[in-house]
Design a protein around this ligand. Structure first.
Ligand SMILES: Cc1cc2nc3c(=O)[nH]c(=O)nc-3n(C[C@H](O)[C@H](O)[C@H](O)COP(=O)(O)OP(=O)(O)OC[C@H]3O[C@@H](n4cnc5c(N)ncnc54)[C@H](O)[C@@H]3O)c2cc1C
Length: 166
């Protein structure tokens, strides 16, 4: 809860409809919110489950807004985009485009001898190194620096407000 929320609570208290004895009808909700916040009841304002693209954006956004954030990942940070999707596919597409241009270089007056030797092991090594490079850019330490706690494990809900990681 930030200053903005607190102002809302105070406004809700002051301007809420009055009951028969002149008492505000929604004051309890507002006071409850304030108490929750000031008693510092929870370890985190937000816990993000999953350290993929969506987890990265939401945890950084919440942290940037001043919230105390934890992100829980059951495997490796990065999710599909870094590890299996966007990054490896784009690295492979780039390699295939270069191969295509080399193979068709004759059209542009460039004769290439000897013909292109495509070694798939080398290509895949390049793809893996591209993945590693991106992964290195979002290691847990990078999130810790922003004040986001990164936890590894499979989380389970104990109740509406508590999560336990294995
Ligand atoms: C071949 C391919 C190419 C793509 N190319 C692009 C592209 O160029 N541009 C683009 O924008 N998108 C692309 N995408 C799509 C992109 O990968 C997804 O949109 C994106 O990864 C979705 O992110 P996410 O965080 O929602 O899910 P995910 O990336 O799936 O991340 C979810 C994370 O949550 C973790 N997780 C799941 N369950 C739990 C649990 N119970 N507890 C803890 N952690 C958990 C997972 O381990 C994972 O790390 C591509 C996808 C594929 C397959």
């Amino acid at each position: 809860m930030d200053l903005h929320d607190i102002v809302h609570c105070i406004k809700a208290y002051l301007f809420s409809p009055r009951g028969s004895q002149g008492k505000p009808l929604i004051s309890f909700a507002a006071i409850g919110l304030l108490q929750d916040s000031f008693m510092n009841k929870y370890d985190y304002d937000i816990i993000v489950i999953g350290g993929g693209a969506a987890g990265f954006v939401s945890s950084k956004l919440a942290s940037g807004l001043g919230k105390k954030v934890a992100m829980i990942e059951k495997d490796k940070l990065g999710g599909e985009c870094t590890l299996n999707g966007c990054i490896p596919s784009k690295a492979l597409i780039k390699t295939s485009r270069i191969a295509h241009q080399i193979i068709n270089a004759g059209r542009y007056g460039l004769a290439i001898h000897p013909p292109l030797d495509i070694n798939t092991d080398h290509v895949m090594a390049h793809v893996r190194s591209a993945v590693q490079q991106v992964y290195d850019g979002h290691r847990p330490e990078a999130f810790q620096k922003l004040g986001i706690d990164v936890l590894f494990g499979a989380p389970t809900f104990i109740d509406n407000h508590q999560i336990q990681t294995s």
